[in-house]
Design a binder for this molecule. Structure first.
Ligand code: ATP
Ligand code: ZN
Length: 293
């Protein structure tokens, strides 16, 4: 029997769908059935362990899973609350589920900055990260640990402020709160232990991460095609965003050439207008689905 690489992913929640989408873009075929703890990938020696996000770092640390996908916020918290005994490291950043762990308080209240926290109570589900921040900044405040609904704490007098995840700020605003300090910026990360893979797992891992890197790189990448007078090519090459030397193809006997390039950065309308003013015509911007090498 061949070995299978086991990846722990969030079963259900704000990370789950994007984690599944990333793995599907890597070409993995699987289906998630309600209640199942394990999903078998049909076309690769990989199994998905479907769990709560908070458990992912320790599953990777103990070897119950070979890899994990979780928010950096959860990884940092679990490592800190384990007393740094956990062997779970960031292998690479995955570029989705971006959010920040912020301090927030009543938009019109007494607490408007970190300096106002002295002697107050802060509600959070992240006692590890908050505790480290308070210690490093020499702030004497009490952290009140909650399991959820942290944004309600100030209105029911459990705490004076909160330390919670923020992405758009809409939840804070709906509760009359405003963020005044960011203590951690987070995105989804691939988690791995420091141990080396034994046997066939290394090759399965190598193939998977080269696909993940390809998916991440192709996310913002575009393929640009345009026609231009040969003399305009140096100027045009300079403004193609994040591209190596473009491919130049002569067009018959005319002094026109076709220019084609992979742009690894977002291509804006302004860039296209710029290209046009330098003599480019018939400009096409195409999405790139996959990249390798
Ligand atoms: P579980 O039941 O697995 O413990 P949970 O309730 O702890 O789930 P979710 O609310 O699903 O967690 O959030 C999971 C992760 O998604 C967070 O730890 C964070 O990394 C990320 N996240 C949180 N809020 C947002 C957001 N508004 N936008 C994008 N990603 C977010
Ligand atoms: Zn959780």
């Amino acid at each position: 029997m061949t070995e299978r690489l086991r990846i722990a992913v969030q079963k259900k929640g704000r990370l789950a769908d994007d984690s599944f989408a990333m793995l599907k873009k890597c070409g993995l075929r699987f289906s998630i059935r309600g209640g199942a703890l394990l999903a078998r990938v049909k076309n690769a020696p990989i199994d998905l362990l479907l769990v709560r996000d908070d458990d992912i770092p320790s599953f990777v640390s103990t070897g119950a899973a070979d890899l994990g996908m979780a928010g950096e916020n959860v990884l940092v918290e679990e490592v800190l609350t384990s007393g740094n005994t956990m062997d779970a490291l960031i292998d690479r950043r995955l570029g989705f589920s971006r959010c920040s762990l912020c301090l927030a308080a009543d938009a019109n209240g007494q607490i408007q900055s970190a300096a106002d926290l002295e002697g107050t109570k802060i509600a959070t589900t992240y006692p590890g990260v908050l505790g480290k921040y308070l210690k490093e900044n020499n702030i004497n405040a009490t952290s009140v640990e909650m399991k959820g609904a942290v944004e309600l704490a100030p209105s029911i007098d459990i705490a004076d402020s909160i330390c919670d995840l923020v992405s758009s700020g809409a939840t804070l605003e709906a509760n009359g709160l405003a963020a005044f300090e960011t203590i951690l910026n987070s995105e989804a990360v691939l988690i791995k232990s420091s141990r080396e893979f034994a046997g066939e797992k290394q090759a399965i891992y190598d193939s998977l991460v080269s696909r993940i890197d390809g998916v991440i790189r192709s996310a913002d990448s575009k393929y640009i095609m345009l026609n231009a007078p040969k003399s305009a090519v140096p100027e045009i090459s300079k403004i193609l965003p994040g591209s190596d030397a473009p491919t130049i193809i002569p067009l018959g006997d005319s002094d026109l050439v076709a220019v084609q390039a992979v742009c690894t950065e977002n291509v804006f309308w302004e860039t296209l207008e710029d290209l046009k003013s330098k003599g480019a015509r018939s400009i096409l911007v195409l999405p790139i689905e996959k990249m390798l090498g």
